[in-house]
Design a protein around this ligand. Structure first.
Ligand SMILES: Nc1nc2c(ncn2[C@@H]2O[C@H](COP(=O)(O)OP(=O)(O)OP(=O)(O)O)[C@@H](O)[C@H]2O)c(=O)[nH]1
Ligand SMILES: [Mg+2]
Length: 326
């Protein structure tokens, strides 16, 4: 059975339980699909045979989709090899191989642990980091909503005491999601985190989200601040934070990859959240991130509403991207 058929079958068995997720990917990847997949389709029609010119155009399409230069190079090598080995001459025939190989890029990597690490006892602490405006606060709200629905007691701590209005913004989200809240304006973030976690322990909270300010333009400062926050967290709750999620705006493309690399150097990132996939044609960034940053994407944001954050699922993603080709 070909890859497309396999994927179709997988999606079909999932359709009952995960209908909502699948349709979110479908909606959210519209822009990427329009650009990327349409171009692949056109390429398949335009060329009668697979030659150097064809390979060049394919390479360009992949780079434009923000899959990342290194990933694309490796991918092209594999495609060339398969064309030779399997004697593929027809560009139409190659479409399926292309999707197949894109899937392999992601799955072959051994860092796939898309589950959130939940503490066996005591509060699970999730630290949210990322540069300005990528969607940290909104993502906390979305995750809080999800865990609250699962019956967990959730708390938010406003570790971003830097930007005016940040504390209030988080407070509003805490109220909307029935979460507890701890914050104090004009204080040192580490001391806010300290007091907040004490309260979380007192109140038997299950999951604590810590919002932070993202000022990457000052790397040393940011590193020191995160170090301080991490130290406080570990002192109050040994083993915490259980997750440090780096939030990246998908629309920033390769810049997002650079952010991920920079943050990896300054703190221990355990996973990524890729936001705003819905508003961009750069959905290929999912594949580049995996290959170039070696960190798992744990959630993707596919809209602004509270329900619009879903656990990343490579099968749903690939299907959402290529369904028009199947
Ligand atoms: N379309 C879309 N918009 C999103 C998504 N996630 C966040 N946003 C929007 O992005 C904007 C910024 O989100 P915030 O959560 O405030 O970002 P932040 O990282 O906390 O920003 P700072 O606190 O200023 O560093 C808001 O208007 C959100 O509604 C998403 O997945 N899709
Ligand atoms: Mg914020």
């Amino acid at each position: 059975m070909g890859f497309f058929d396999k994927l179709k079958k997988i999606i079909k068995t999932k359709e009952k339980d995960e209908a909502e997720e699948i349709s979110k990917y479908d909606e959210g990847l519209k822009e990427t699909r329009k650009n990327f997949v349409n171009q692949l389709n056109i390429l398949g029609l335009k060329f009668k045979k697979i030659d150097e010119e064809y390979f060049e155009e394919l390479e360009n399409i992949l780079i434009m989709a923000d899959i990342g230069v290194n990933t694309v190079m490796e991918f092209m090598d594999r495609i060339r090899k398969r064309v030779k080995q399997e004697n593929i001459t027809n560009p139409q025939e190659l479409q399926e191989v292309i999707v197949d190989e894109l899937f392999i890029i992601y799955v072959d990597n051994d860092t796939i642990t898309d589950k959130i690490n939940i503490a066996s006892t005591g509060p699970t602490v999730i630290l949210m980091v990322g540069v300005n405006g990528v969607g940290k606060t909104t993502t906390i709200a979305k995750l809080a909503h999800k865990y609250q629905k699962e019956g967990k007691k959730v708390m938010m701590i406003a570790g971003d005491t830097f930007r005016a209005g940040a504390v209030d913004q988080l407070h509003v989200w805490a109220d909307r999601t029935n979460s507890l809240f701890y914050g104090k304006e004009n204080s040192d973030p580490a001391s806010v985190v300290y007091d907040g976690l004490k309260e979380a322990l007192d109140k038997n909270v299950d999951i604590v989200f810590i919002d932070t300010a993202g000022r990457l333009q000052n790397k040393v400062n940011l590193m020191q601040e995160l170090e301080k926050i991490n130290k406080v967290i570990g002192t109050i709750i040994p083993g915490a934070p259980h997750e440090t999620l780096l939030v990246i705006d998908a629309a920033t493309g390769q810049n997002g990859i650079m952010q991920a690399q920079a943050f990896k150097e300054i703190t221990n990132i355990t996973g990524l959240v890729l936001t705003k996939l819905d508003g961009t044609a750069k959905g290929g960034i999912v594949l580049a991130i995996k290959e170039e940053v070696k960190l798992p994407v744990k959630f993707v944001g596919l809209g602004e509403k509270m329900e619009d954050l879903i656990p990343f699922d490579i099968e749903d993603y690939i299907y959402g991207l290529f369904k028009d080709m199947m």
